[in-house]
Design a binder for this molecule. Structure first.
Ligand code: ADP
Ligand code: NA
Length: 324
């Protein structure tokens, strides 16, 4: 049995990009391995967050984990901020990280571009992410493609620690879907779909009303052609929609292309909206029940206790080896 760890930042509402790239795999992996899934609320504050909104988003994402199929009896589900070892090992990992390594991170470049002032936490965030993973000595990290570079840094830091202080950490590997590891924005296929985008038309949130989902898809950008064909180089917008379709309808790209042969984009986009609604509606219903019941607080408390047991042991060993 392997150890699995991952998490989502509570920096907005989960999108179908988060679902396809990561959450679906969380649900799958919980049946196969020892899993730890958190809401990384301390990563969310690397950009300014309104306190009330942060609290709501954090609870909302935890409830969506359960609504989407995570079982608190199979996986430990918790908030990063509830397990203090994350902040402590995060600091230690920051001291092992080189400035140049952080400067090379494309996510930092994207997120800081054009900003007048950028928080230091946004820069050092990959070191905290390394700590998140190493605390559980996780082997498999279900993430989207945007986290690949951060995961490479985690491996470098694990190696660095092992070389200086003696073998302790395993090398974590990314676990990604073959198609859909990078779902793109609906309004601009050169940008990744992101829950923190200021333009709500660029993403579909998992909690979007069916009418909103239909509207957003009808407005989704396509090219001027009419062929429903998977060709990311020349038809990035349509290819992105095909990837999404493939996940929600559980159909292969070839099956989708065949179904819409000669029909143009209209019927394809309409059906895609219905495929998404069919999957999200039951999740949304369960979500409402979970929020109403208030059970999420007990689930998170139990999850944090389970996580802290492992995390504290790792932290203690790290500190011992480093001379604390
Ligand atoms: P966001 O960028 O939407 O704020 P996070 O940084 O919280 O999302 O990432 C949560 C998880 O979702 C990560 O595993 C990340 O790789 C994955 N993810 C985020 N955006 C996408 C996307 N557009 N396509 C596929 N996976 C994604
Ligand atoms: Na991200």
């Amino acid at each position: 049995m392997k150890r699995v760890l991952s998490g989502m930042q509570s920096s907005g509402q989960l999108t179908i990009g988060n679902y396809i790239g990561a959450l679906r795999n969380y649900v799958k992996l919980q049946h196969l391995h020892r899993c730890y899934f958190m809401v990384v609320d301390m990563h969310a504050i690397t950009v300014p967050q309104d306190p009330a909104a942060l609290k709501e988003q954090t609870e909302s994402i935890a409830a969506l984990y359960i609504a989407a199929g995570l079982d608190p009896n199979k996986a430990s589900i918790f908030l990063q901020s509830h397990v203090h070892a994350h902040a402590e090992l995060g600091w230690i990992m920051t001291t092992l990280t080189h400035m140049g390594e952080l400067e090379r991170m494309t996510q930092f470049k994207d997120k800081s571009e054009g900003k007048e002032s950028v928080g230091a936490g946004l820069f050092t965030y990959p070191s905290l992410m390394a700590a998140d993973i190493l605390l559980y000595n996780a082997d498999l990290i279900p993430v989207g493609d945007d986290q690949k570079q951060h995961l490479e840094l985690t491996r470098d830091l694990a190696n660095r620690f092992n070389n200086r202080f003696g073998d302790m950490f395993v090398m974590p590997q990314p676990y990604m879907p073959e198609i859909g590891a990078r779902i793109m924005s609906l309004d601009d296929a050169s940008k990744k779909m992101s829950k923190s985008s200021p333009n709500a038309g660029s993403y579909i949130a998992m909690l979007d009303d069916p009418s909103v989902i239909r509207k957003k898809l009808s407005r989704a950008v396509t090219d001027s052609g009419r062929e429903v064909k998977y060709d990311p180089q020349n038809k990035p917008e349509v290819s992105n929609l095909i990837s999404i379709y493939s996940h929600f309808a559980e159909m292969s790209v070839a099956e989708i292309e065949a179904r819409y042969d000669g029909q143009g984009y209209g019927p394809f986009k309409k059906d895609l909206a219905e495929q998404i609604v069919a999957v999200l509606e039951p999740i949304q219903q369960r979500y409402q029940e979970i929020r109403r019941s208030g059970e999420i607080f007990d689930i998170l408390k139990k999850g944090a206790e389970e996580a802290a047991e492992v995390a504290n042991e790792t932290l203690l060993e790290v500190k011992k080896r480093m001379g604390f």
